[in-house]
Design a protein around this ligand. Structure first.
Ligand code: ADP
Ligand code: ASP
Ligand code: MG
Length: 403
């Protein structure tokens, strides 16, 4: 007998038929005598639809507290429907909201971090032989307010339960049958992996492969929770295992990912003197905006330009922050470009292989795609390109390494 945590994403519970499909997957494990805790996301596009409803009321963005109150409703619907389906099939189930399941978070509405899961209630329900269905993506902060964990956060809810309850298995069911070398919906030649290391999966997820939320991978690594990504449509098929792999295979490149949520901010005509970069990035950091790639031009005639990237959702705030410095820095202009995409290759094996970057650039050059910015680390290479060419770039780069 094992304790199994199973997470089902929004597409897996999008309608009544799919809810029953998921109920049957869960019951299969329960019938074998296992304890089963299930984490569910909101049905289909519910979260996006709720965001649209909020925009109808306040296009400028309602307060984050009220957004969290609203968005958490999506998961309340899916957990109750799934529990009803299990009951209808003749098995005992109970649905729990995040706070009922003991999810305590910090107070950063819309992007809260889980501090701990007090799992007594879940354990009590398991002791009563209930299948426990928990709302993903939500928790409670110290003010007893509902918080949400950021888009895709249900993956993290599942890992948090698996970690705090020392589950034997943590299975993430989605609409593809595992982690591939690129999004299998966009790249037909993408290759499914049997396993991938936490570090490589973390990079892929952070760089845009949405199959797993990056925070969930970070937490899985920290608490050594082995994950399996599986398909809810082919539930008996082996998926991809995400785990600690110390002995890396020879594969240089594990995957290609893209991220459209990127904007580049250019500050033009800055004085070429000490302290300028410090002032700009200190100001941006004070606005709690993460800066990714930074490019500074060579000083010419006493002036220089600095270009940096931020998440597109923070672009306006970043421009406003820089503009506040105009009196003291006296630059010429600040511009913002949101029509860019970051395309990245990931692989622990590239560290000692100098040819990898040029192979990636060759693929883009052959496809006639211009590179705006480049950034490298020991485990990834990213380029910024015009978003028009995003899919073509992923295909070209993927096929260069995998075809
Ligand atoms: P869920 O609703 O189950 O959380 P998501 O839509 O968040 O599902 O994630 C699954 C999607 O991730 C797939 O449909 C696929 O298009 C996309 N995806 C992107 N990159 C990859 C990859 N490298 N491997 C597998 N799927 C990927
Ligand atoms: N429902 C939330 C979202 O759409 C959480 C999740 O799907 O994991 O982002
Ligand atoms: Mg997801």
């Amino acid at each position: 007998m094992s304790l199994i945590v199973k997470k089902f994403g929004g597409s897996s519970v999008a309608n009544a038929e799919k809810v029953f499909n998921v109920a049957n997957i869960i019951i299969e494990d329960y019938k074998k005598g296992n304890d089963v805790v299930v984490v569910v996301s909101a049905q289909g596009d519910t979260t996006d639809d709720l965001i649209d409803k909020a925009k109808e009321i306040n296009p400028n963005g309602p307060s984050k507290r009220e957004m969290d109150m609203l968005l958490s409703a999506g998961e309340q619907i899916s957990i109750s429907l799934l529990a009803m389906a299990i009951e209808k099939l003749g098995y005992p189930a109970v649905s729990l909201l995040g706070w009922q399941a003991g999810f305590q978070t910090d107070s950063h509405y819309s992007i809260a971090r889980i501090k701990k899961v007090e799992s007594e209630r879940i354990r009590a329900e398991i002791a009563k032989k209930h299948i426990v269905i928990v709302a993903g993506f939500q928790g409670l902060n110290k003010y007893d307010d509902i918080t949400t964990l950021g888009r895709g956060g249900s993956d993290t809810s599942a890992v948090a339960i698996a970690a705090s309850m020392k589950a034997d298995l943590c299975q993430i069911y989605t609409d593809v049958d595992g982690v591939y070398s690129a999004d299998p919906r966009k790249v037909p030649s993408a290759v499914k992996m049997d396993e991938i290391s936490y570090d490589e999966m973390l990079e892929l997820a952070t760089l845009g492969a949405q199959v797993l939320n990056n925070r969930s991978v970070e937490m899985a690594k920290k608490y050594n929770v082995e994950l399996e990504v599986r398909s809810s449509l082919e539930p008996t098929k082996r998926g991809t295992i995400v785990k600690e792999i110390t002995k890396m295979e020879k594969t240089l490149i594990k995957g290609v990912a893209k991220d459209n949520n990127v904007a580049s901010i250019s500050v033009v005509g800055l004085k070429d003197s000490p302290g300028i970069a410090f002032k700009i990035f200190n100001k941006v950091a004070q606005s709690k905006i993460n800066v990714d790639i930074i490019l500074q031009s060579i000083g010419r005639d006493g002036t220089k330009d600095i270009t940096f990237t931020v998440p597109e959702s923070d672009a306006e705030a970043a421009v406003a922050a820089v503009n506040e410095l105009n009196d003291s820095l006296n630059f010429q202009t600040v511009t913002c470009d949101t029509s860019i995409t970051k395309v990245s290759i990931v692989g622990a094996g590239m560290e000692s292989n100098p040819g990898i970057a040029s192979k990636m650039f060759e693929a883009l050059s052959d496809a006639g795609i211009n590179i705006h910015m480049i950034s490298t680390s020991e485990i990834k290479i990213s380029v910024l390109i015009n978003e028009k060419y995003a899919d073509a770039a992923v295909l070209a780069v993927h096929d260069k390494f995998f075809a």
